[in-house]
Structures are given as structure tokens and as C-alpha cells.
Ligand binder design. Structure first.
Ligand code: ADP
Ligand code: MG
Length: 725
């Protein structure tokens, strides 16, 4: 076995791997591995092409003849790319994605085989679903769930496999995945927004919700990673003394990207672009070895699939560059964690962004209408939105004074706050203009022309308005964005439906649109402006107090937060929007509690084993050496001659070892007790206490790392994990 110091040396000496050099312009290879519209046109006959577009764009059902013809065209394209297998690609309630590969072959009836891929296998598959979590929706013995093609997300090729983006549902219809409810929520918000948009422009026929994610991640050298059982098994370091240099200097953020990392990023980008993922930006993040990348935003369901594909790609490509990518929300204590800002907006098929100022005063009124309704939805469902980002891993990040606080409020910025306040004071129907475009007029409400570039950046808000979209920042780096966006879309949809009903009453009284809209909006603005809207420092203690007084949810306990999904206000909202029924909500909560408990259970086992098998032996070895030195001294000089520092060191080590072993014993007992609790929620709560115990156990271990001879320390240290690239 190589010693830790050998591993460190080897990591330092690694050279960048040659980056993929496609020798082509991006436009020439972008999307070459997806069966996108140009390929549909090329490989499908015109009738099939039209029928498929009707299915994608208008939600028409796919008949079996069309499916057959589509499969034929896809097969032809796939075989040109040496594809041998097909797989439905889906997003079960575990982390990550799942595939079941079937070879593209069948007997030809005369002893040989032929390549076969028919409409049925395109449209539907039956994975052995019993091993995916279902929260009891589908008893294991009847393992009956199936995957069904989602034609709105294009089929793509990964290695030798044709991957078919699919939903995963039980035979009884309940969703067993992330994609199904996300699609329901996309439909709900689109249908709720449309009638409102039509009042402003009858030409609108569809509303889209958009997502642009910003994916943060860490890279560590794979040899050092392999020497850390905690990283390997739990994705984060459960111990480790803070390096003397960490992020205080903020020099990483502006620094150049190191060669090895740049080679990885380039490789990742080329591969992502081939898969039609429009990666646009990359940069270093605040913490050492932390990076971020983001695509051009797209339709929510597609963009989320792309994020899932990308996370997968990152994990496999990093290995080629002798890195391991850490998507965990908090891999290193004391160092910024990783999130995934979800930039979210609504837009029409006529190209209007509903969360950006409009072309004229009517457009601006439409913008304010959507802005206010989103805020109202966030206020009503703030606890639920927080729950949608809560997990055992994100728990370490939220509320940690470097990430969004564990209170969901919205940052609006001074400009828009002033606009809303002014609207309250002026008569309904007062035009909202962009300053500079119209002559000065005392009664006017104005949005400054430079508004889009000058929205203040408040980094402490979990839900920030940034000029043409909201950034939901509480989402964790390893999360499936669908969890959060399903809730957001559904909450906004429900709010919009309520708003439209109230607006109809005003319109029925014969008021002009501008007046009716403002009369409907004013009470909503009054309700939200001093509750959910908060532009101050979200990290401050005063805010936690004030937020509680405002009626916002300030709970931080993840197992308790999960219950927000089955609170009456949530159950009713999900039922009205058709996004979840009560059975699905209850089943999903079971899965969430179960996942939480399992994760903490594993962390606790890994940590106690490492403490006993790695840390305590290293400390005892060092202590023995110190004692031997003291013994020699006594043998030679007849006394210790006042060597108090060394004896103190021995004493310190002994008491730290005692403390560690005591805490380990207690944790083992707590774990055994927690595991035996039958109720999933109660069990998760018991594990939540163990999660705090992990922090307690860490303290004496980290102190030992400080005291122990560096050559004897068995685990790669923070300074090594964080500064090698
Ligand atoms: P930041 O300045 O917050 O780092 P960027 O300007 O790089 O962010 O954008 C972050 C993400 O927001 C990108 O994925 C971008 O495409 C996306 N984005 C921009 N405008 C919108 C919008 N209207 N709706 C949704 N996402 C958007
Ligand atoms: Mg951002």
C-alpha cells in the first residue's frame, strides 16, 4: 500500500491529459448525439415527422403506427453510430438516473439474429422495479412499474446505448420518479398562465416555464479520494482539520483555471455539446478546487434532463482525468458548499418573457402581474419550497452562513420594491413606464431603463429576482432540480388560477383591463410586500427572529420539514393543480425519511469505523513513540528533567482518544436504537440527533490531526485534497 505521502507526491506530479480536440466548430458537432428535429426530418417520413411534432408540441397521443415508424428511423440513425443497446433512461426517487439496457437483437427465425427495435420497445419498458424506492406504493411482490417514453425530451446516445428519456410510473398510475410530477407541474403552470396572458395578447397560445441551472462541484485527485473512506462512501469528509490556507484570500475565485482542470472541463464541454447540452459558462468558484458551469437556459423538463445527463457525464469523465467530481453539498467543513441555483422564468410562444419588463405599459403591467403572483405563491408555500430543497446532504449547507438561510423569503431589489409600493398609492390604471421612454410625468410609475443590468445582487437570499427571472438558490448541488421546480411550478399555477378568478370578478364589473388587474393585484401586493419580500442580510440572527414574527417558516430540522408536503395547504394545492395526489405525497415522504435515515446511518457507521480503525491507532502509535522517547530520556538522565510539554502531549492524546471512544460507543448505541424505530418519520428524527452527534465526534478527531506527527496521519488532509490540481 502506498503511504499517504506517496499518494500526495503522485497527485502533484500528474500532468493534464490531452483534451478532446474535435477539430470542428461547435456548431458542427452540437447535438450530434441527440435525435433532434433535424434528425427527425432526415430519418422519418414526412407524415411520421408531422405526427411526432404534434405529439411533442401539442401533447397529442402517439399511435402505435407512428411509434413503429419513429422506431424504424431512430434505429437507422442509431446503427450509424454503432449503437448495440437501447435503454429507457429515467429518474427514480434515488439519487441519479437509472437505465435498463436491452440489446438491439432478436432471432431472425432461421437461427441467426437481426437488429430489432420496434415501436413497443420505444414507447414502453418494464424494468425490474422492485429495487427502486416507492414508499410502499407498489408492494415489492407485485414489482409492477413501467417506464414510458417522454417524447418532449430527445432520445440520445451514450457510449453504445440509445437512451430514451422516460417517465417511471406504477401500473396504478402513481408517479415513481421525478419526471412525471415535473411534467404535470409544467402543464399546470402553462395552463394557468395562458388565460391571463391572453387578456394581454390574444395571440399567445402557449406558456413555457424555463430553467437555467448553475452547477457547482469540487474536483479532487482520485488517488487521494481513494484513501478517504468517508469521501468514497458518503461523498463528503466526515473529519479533517481546516487547512491553514482555505478560502480567506478569495484568490481561487478570480484565479486562472489550472491545466488539469481545464483539460477536464474542455473534455466535458465537448461531450456535453455533442449531447445537445448548451454549456455556456465555466468558472472557478469561491472555495479552492470548486468550480461551476451553466448552460443557456431552456424549457424546464428538457433542461432538467440535461442537468441529469451532465452530472452523470461529469462523474465518468472526471475519472479519465484522474479526478473524482464531488457533487455533494458540503464535502468540506469550513469551506463553502455547493449549490445549484435554479434560474426560473415563464415565457410565451410569442417570445415575451413574463418576468421581465415589457415593451409598453401594458407589457409592464403583465410583468408586474406575474412577478407579484410568483411572490404570493412563494409566501404561501414558503415552508413547502424549503422542504423541496431539504435533504440529508443539503442540510449541511442551508443555514450555514455561506448559502441561503433556512428561511424562504424573496429578494426583489430596491427598484421593484419601490414600483410596487408606488402602485399601491396611485389610482388603479396608472401606467407603468420604462423611465426615459416617455416624457416625465408626475403620476407615472417608472422602471429605470437600465433596470436589467442593475438589479442588486443579494447573495444571501434563497429566492432572488434578477431582472428577468427568479433564482432559486437553496437547491443543492446533487439534487434533481425537478424536486424544487415541481413545487414552484405547482404553487405558481395554483396562485395564478386563484388570481384569474378574482380578476374575472373585476372584469365582470365592466372595469377596463388595466384597472381590473390593478384592483386585483393591490390586495396581493399589500399581503406580500412586508412578509415574503426581504432585501436585507439573510444570514443575520435578527432576520431569523423577524422572519418568525412575519410568519415565515424558520424550522431547520429536515425530517420535520418534509412533513410540509402533507400539510393541508400543500395537499389541497397539489390536488387542485393535479400534480400529486395524497397517496403519492405520503409515499414520497416515506421515501424521503427513509433516504435521510439511511444516509445518516451510513455516515455514522463510516465515521465510527474510521475513528476506531484509522484515527485512534495513529494517535496511539504517536503516543507510544512519545512515551518511548520519554523512557529513553529517563534511562539516560535518570529523570524526565522537566519535559512537561511532551508529557502534556501524551495526556492530551490520551484524553482525546478516550473522548473519541466514548462518543463512538454512544453513537453505536444511538444508531442501534434508531434503526429499531418502526415509524419512518420518528426514525428520521432519531437519525437527525445522530447527525448532530457526528459533528461532536469530529471535534476531538480534528484536534488529534493537529497534534499528531504528520508522517503518521493516515488520511489525506484538507490542504492536500483542496490544493492539488
Ligand atoms: P449569474 O450571473 O447568476 O452567475 P448567468 O447570467 O451566468 O448567472 O446565468 C445563470 C443562468 O441563468 C444561465 O443558465 C442562464 O441561461 C440562465 N438564465 C438567464 N436568463 C434566464 C431566464 N429568463 N430564465 C431562466 N434562466 C435564465
Ligand atoms: Mg446566478
Amino acid at each position: 500500500m502506498s503511504s499517504r505521502l506517496d499518494l500526495v507526491r503522485r497527485s502533484f506530479e500528474r500532468k493534464p491529459s490531452p483534451a478532446a480536440a474535435p477539430g470542428q466548430k461547435v456548431s458542427e458537432y452540437f447535438g450530434e448525439l441527440v435525435f433532434d428535429r433535424p434528425k427527425m426530418r432526415k430519418y422519418l417520413d414526412p407524415g411520421t415527422f408531422e405526427a411526432l411534432l404534434d405529439c411533442i408540441d401539442n401533447g397529442k397521443a402517439l399511435d402505435s403506427r407512428t411509434a413503429e415508424a419513429v422506431a424504424k428511423g431512430m434505429k437507422e440513425w442509431a446503427l450509424e453510430h454503432n449503437v448495440t443497446h437501447i435503454s429507457h433512461w429515467f429518474q427514480p426517487l434515488t439519487d441519479g438516473t437509472a437505465k435498463k439496457h436491452d440489446a438491439l437483437i432478436d432471432y431472425d427465425g432461421s437461427g441467426g439474429v437481426i437488429e430489432r427495435f420496434d415501436g413497443r420497445s420505444l414507447v414502453q419498458q418494464e424494468p425490474d422495479a422492485s429495487s427502486f424506492p416507492s414508499g410502499g406504493l407498489r408492494a415489492t411482490f407485485e414489482a409492477r412499474g413501467y417506464t414510458a417514453w417522454d417524447p418532449t425530451s430527445p432520445v440520445f446516445i451514450q457510449d453504445d446505448t440509445l437512451c430514451i428519456p422516460s417517465v417511471f410510473v406504477a401500473y396504478t398510475g402513481e408517479a415513481l420518479d421525478y419526471k412525471t410530477p415535473l411534467k404535470r407541474s409544467v402543464k399546470a403552470v402553462s395552463e394557468a398562465a395562458l388565460p391571463i396572458c391572453k387578456l394581454f395578447d390574444p395571440g399567445v397560445s402557449k406558456v413555457y416555464s424555463y430553467l437555467g441551472w448553475e452547477q457547482e462541484y469540487f474536483l479532487v485527485d482520485e488517488d487521494l479520494y481513494s484513501a478517504r473512506p468517508d469521501l468514497m462512501i458518503t461523498g463528503r469528509t466526515l473529519m479533517g482539520h481546516m487547512s491553514s490556507k482555505n478560502q480567506q484570500l478569495d484568490d481561487h475565485y478570480f484565479g486562472s483555471i489550472p491545466g488539469r482542470v481545464a483539460a477536464f472541463m474542455r473534455d466535458l464541454e465537448v461531450n456535453a455539446l455533442r449531447l445537445g447540452i448548451p454549456l455556456k459558462t465555466r468558472h472557478n468558484e469561491v472555495a479552492p478546487n470548486q468550480f461551476e458551469l451553466a448552460p443557456i437556459y431552456g424549457e424546464v423538463n428538457l433542461s432538467n434532463d440535461q442537468n441529469q445527463i451532465l452530472m452523470n457525464l461529469m462523474e465518468s469523465l472526471a475519472r479519465k482525468h484522474s479526478f473524482v467530481v464531488l457533487l455533494h453539498e458540503k464535502p468540506f467543513e469550513g469551506i463553502n458548499g455547493s449549490g445549484k441555483h435554479n434560474n426560473w422564468s415563464l415565457g410565451t410562444d410569442t417570445g415575451v418573457q413574463l418576468l421581465a419588463p415589457g415593451k409598453d405599459s401594458l407589457g409592464n403591467l403583465q410583468f408586474v402581474t406575474f412577478l407579484v403572483n410568483v411572490l404570493a405563491a412563494v409566501q404561501k408555500h414558503n415552508a413547502l419550497l424549503k422542504a423541496s430543497t431539504a435533504s440529508a446532504t443539503n442540510e449541511h449547507r442551508l443555514g450555514g452562513n455561506e448559502a441561503p438561510p433556512a428561511i424562504v423569503s424573496a429578494f426583489l431589489g430596491r427598484t421593484m420594491t419601490e414600483v410596487l409600493r408606488k402602485l399601491l398609492d396611485l389610482p388603479s390604471g396608472t401606467p407603468i413606464e420604462i423611465a426615459g421612454k416617455k416624457g416625465r410625468n408626475v403620476g407615472l410609475v417608472e422602471i429605470p431603463e437600465i433596470f436589467l443590468d442593475n438589479t442588486d445582487r443579494n447573495r444571501t437570499s434563497p429566492f432572488a429576482f434578477t431582472g428577468n427571472r427568479f433564482e432559486f438558490r437553496a437547491v443543492g448541488s446533487s439534487a434533481n432540480c425537478a424536486g424544487a421546480l415541481t413545487v414552484l411550478n405547482a404553487a405558481v399555477a395554483d396562485q395564478l388560477v386563484g388570481f384569474k378568478a378574482a380578476l374575472d370578478v373585476q372584469l365582470a364589473e365592466g372595469k377596463p383591463l388595466e384597472v381590473a388587474v390593478m384592483d386585483t393585484l393591490k390586495p396581493v401586493i399589500r399581503e406580500i410586500i412586508d412578509v415574503v419580500c426581504f432585501d436585507g442580510n439573510g444570514y443575520s440572527e435578527e432576520w431569523a427572529k423577524e422572519a418568525a414574527a412575519r410568519g415565515l417558516d424558520v424550522n431547520k430540522c429536515v425530517p420535520e420539514l418534509i412533513s410540509a408536503y402533507t400539510a393541508p395547504s400543500s395537499v389541497e394545492m397539489f390536488a387542485r393543480t393535479g400534480v400529486f395526489d395524497i397517496r403519492e405525497l405520503e409515499a414520497r415522504n416515506e421515501v424521503k425519511w427513509e433516504t435521510y435515515s439511511k444516509k445518516v446511518h451510513i455516515e455514522s457507521r463510516v465515521m465510527t469505523r474510521m475513528a476506531v480503525n484509522h484515527i485512534v491507532p495513529a494517535a496511539i502509535e504517536y503516543k507510544t513513540r512519545l512515551l518511548e522517547g520519554l523512557k529513553y530520556r529517563k534511562d539516560v538522565f535518570g529523570s524526565l528533567g522537566g519535559r512537561n510539554t511532551e508529557t502534556e502531549l501524551v495526556n492530551d492524546i490520551e484524553s482525546l482518544v478516550d473522548e473519541i471512544l466514548g462518543l463512538v460507543r454512544r453513537m453505536d448505541e444511538q444508531r442501534n436504537a434508531a434503526r429499531a424505530i418502526p415509524d419512518a418519520r420518528e426514525r428520521a428524527l432519531a437519525y437527525s440527533a445522530i447527525a448532530s452527534g457526528l459533528r461532536e465526534l469530529r471535534a476531538p478527531i480534528d484536534r488529534l490531526e493537529e497534534l499528531t506527527d504528520d508522517r503518521l496521519w493516515p488520511l489525506p488532509k484538507y490542504r492536500e485534497l483542496l490544493f492539488i490540481s
